[in-house]
Design a protein around this ligand. Structure first.
Ligand SMILES: Nc1ncnc2c1ncn2[C@@H]1O[C@H](COP(=O)(O)OP(=O)(O)OP(=O)(O)O)[C@@H](O)[C@H]1O
Ligand SMILES: [Mg+2]
Ligand SMILES: [Zn+2]
Length: 281
């Protein structure tokens, strides 16, 4: 259907203070953000997530996280820091991250991209060719260059030297280029270096350090939305939240290989520095 404003050229004339200019037509902007949304790899389950429909209830940390997420979205592309959403399963971390991503794409024309970390590594691995790295770079380039990237579920990936290298390359490039990233994770950012399930142990100390400079950390708990009955409301959410075991009671997931990058100490407990970053070491 042809556009009455621009006759499908994508440009329209506007006049202000007697000066005539040519600007992008509304139809072009609409098509552009539709295309950008299609290219953002948002999983079907989350394609309708937005900030206005995110249900809240009297939960101080959750409300603070939603407020910060909204502020980030409104300030995009110039917020000071990205976001790192941390908490137990089902509380809406991915939902919130996607809501911000969609806002940035639709309202700000951002080139946005969503990847679950394990999925990203699988896709990169599937392109792996020891002779030419072009196919690998075809996947990596948009990840490193997106205006806004959501990296979902960091810390859930099984580690190896290659995983470390790849994740470091992605995070370090975005860090150096000052591109915004929203991370989500189930792993607590506890200061306890000996805890194999803390975020630092799961993602490695180099990425962990960059994350702190790149992101505002939003740690919250809440009701597991996946347990909400079909017609459940705010009261049910509050009840589910009160009954939830809380993050500290999450079953440990450290049985698989984790990065052994915890601080080593000698027999007298003096710090010797960091152990190597290889899986299973
Ligand atoms: N506050 C909310 N309002 C509306 N829907 C929500 C809310 N929180 C979660 N949901 C919905 O509940 C489901 C689970 O939420 P989501 O996937 O965002 O949880 P999560 O915190 O990312 O969990 P996990 O740690 O397991 O990845 C999704 O379908 C999501 O859209
Ligand atoms: Mg999630
Ligand atoms: Zn038009």
């Amino acid at each position: 259907m042809s556009c009455a404003l621009c006759d499908d050229t994508g440009w329209k004339a506007v006049e202000a203070n007697g000066v005539r200019r040519v600007v992008r037509c509304d139809c072009w902007k609409q098509n552009f953000s539709t295309r950008q949304l299609e290219d953002a790899r948002i999983p079907p389950r989350y394609r309708r997530c937005d900030l206005d429909t995110f249900v809240t209830y009297p939960n101080e940390k959750l409300l603070a996280a939603v407020k910060q997420a909204r502020q980030f979205a409104e300030e995009f592309p110039a917020p000071r820091k990205g976001l790192c959403l941390i908490g137990p399963p089902g509380i809406g971390k991915t939902h919130l991250a996607v809501a911000v991503l969609r806002y940035a794409i639709i309202k700000k024309g951002a080139r946005g991209l969503f990847y679950d970390v394990r999925d990203l590594l699988r896709v990169i691995r599937s392109t792996y060719n020891p002779l030419v790295r072009t196919a690998e770079m075809d996947v990596l380039r948009p990840v490193m260059e997106a205006d806004l990237l959501v990296l979902d579920d960091i810390g859930s990936e099984k580690t190896s030297e290659w995983v470390d290298e790849t994740m470091n390359l992605i995070v370090n490039t975005r860090y150096n280029e000052r591109r915004h990233t929203i991370f989500t994770s189930n792993y607590d950012d506890t200061p306890d270096d000996a805890d194999p399930d803390c975020l630092k142990a799961r993602i490695g100390f180099r990425i962990h350090s960059r994350l702190h400079e790149m992101c505002e950390f939003l740690e919250f708990d809440g009701a597991d939305y996946r347990h909400l009955p079909p017609n459940g409301g705010v009261d049910d959410l509050v009840m589910l939240w009160k009954r939830s075991p809380g993050r500290r009671a999450l079953p440990t997931r450290s049985k698989g290989p984790v990065r052994a990058q915890l601080k080593q100490t000698d027999v007298k407990g003096r710090e010797l520095g960091w152990t190597g970053g290889k899986a299973g070491s």
